[in-house]
Ligand binder design. Sequence first.
Ligand code: NAD
Length: 503
Amino acid sequence: MTDSAVVAGSHAAETSRSSSQAEILENFVGGRWVESNSREFLDVYNPARGEVIARTPLSTGADVDAAVAVAKKAFPAWRDTPPVARARSLFRFRDLLEQSFEELARTVTAEHGKTIEESRGSVRRGIECVEVACGSPSLMMGYGLENISSGIDCQVIRQPVGVCAAIAPFNFPAMVPLWFLPFAVGTGNTIIVKPSEQVPLSQRLVFRLLEKCDLPPGVVNLVNGGREVVEAICDHPEIRAVSFVGSTPVARTVWRRATHAGKRVQALGGAKNFVVVMPDADWDRSINVITESFYGCAGERCLAGSVLVPVGEAHRDARDRMVASAKALRVGDGMEEGVSMGPVISARHRERVLDYIEKGVEEGAKLVVDGRKISVAGSEKGFFLGPTLFDDVRPSMAIGHEEIFGPVAAITPVATLDEAIEVMHAHPNANATSIFTSSGKAAREFARHASASMVGVNIGVAAPMAYFPFGGAKDSFFGDLKVHGRDAYEFYTDKKVVISRWF
Ligand code: NAD
């Protein structure tokens, strides 16, 4: 998708005035659950069953205005609340998330489709963000130096920036908003969260827990919706900071529009991740994590392996082992224990991935595992696709170049490690990459020269850890400060320098 397609594209046309009788969700604004002003709704599906389970209101600019007004009103008192008292609310939040762990994981699987084990993992990663943010009183400390001149001291203090907003994608319904909310709130900001309209239920549950955390009304707000909400957030003069996670064209547009309106912005975009396998890789210990990288979460991870790049003699093993492990995956309803891959998010997305498979065949790649005709007994209406594998994919082919975001893996063989690094560098996205090797030298060269900023060595998914920064490079990231870790404290605070002399 190009930027102009994003601007001109009719996101609204993709939504419809829903006719189903499923529950309409509410927004959480100023400490209360409230109806959106909108009369437009999007059906939310359980993708394993193909059934509508809720309706998301496509909130309006007026809904955003109302949320910003209460967030702005709440800000001065929250900013002045001692950091340790703010942290106590986060400790409570962490306990409540722990108590609701299984319910939250099941909600993620119900609305997204990923396996229950994957959902549990993502909820765990989200809770870890809250745990790190509980340390805000230490982590947001400034620094100082006495006697910068005779009798004069200098001190740096960090202060919250004001009303912040976080806009999330569909693929991690519970976790992604938790990359932002705990850090924003712990540092004394107020926040508006906009979940993906395709998966709003996990955040409803998260906000029901936040309701019990003694947070003053207006500190945390939830506005459901799509493009109109995002645009209102970008333009609103009272919002100081915007965090976005989603596809590259929208990330770029949000970054341009919100920075133009004077905000600080971090916008995480899409990916095409290269997994390099050297001839000396330990296949027996690596094949499971490589398979999981490509097909886990049905390929709907921004850190998913997309292109397997075997170097030299590794090609035959790479193909044979991937064929065997892809065929061994059990596709089904993610809620059932033992299922290794769930459905994709929607019927429309399934069609999009199918189009890519057709293109791969037309462009002459070798289809060695074909997942098009899968059928899951008992879930015939689900949005399933089987694991699919292409060999001999050239970087110029659509499947070798574009983000598919589905269970379709490409193998692009190369002769040398340098060539593998060149293939990666030629791609505009640079989110994550991995190398599998027994050679420390090869691993070091690879890590030094990789364009992506998340690098795995014998690791399938170089995943975000709450206490480290996370975010890609090139067209996978727009902004300066990355997500969580110490960067969160830079992003959510402004530094003030106080120089003082006492007579
Ligand atoms: P998306 O870009 O379609 O949507 C993301 C958010 O933007 C949603 O909240 C949506 O409502 C809003 N949005 C969609 N179209 C818009 C428009 N035209 N104008 C304004 N707002 C709009 O992304 P998605 O399909 O929900 O998520 C998948 C994408 O997110 C993939 O590209 C994936 O790589 C990326 N992603 C990246 C990371 C990362 O850390 N870099 C993490 C997760 C997902």
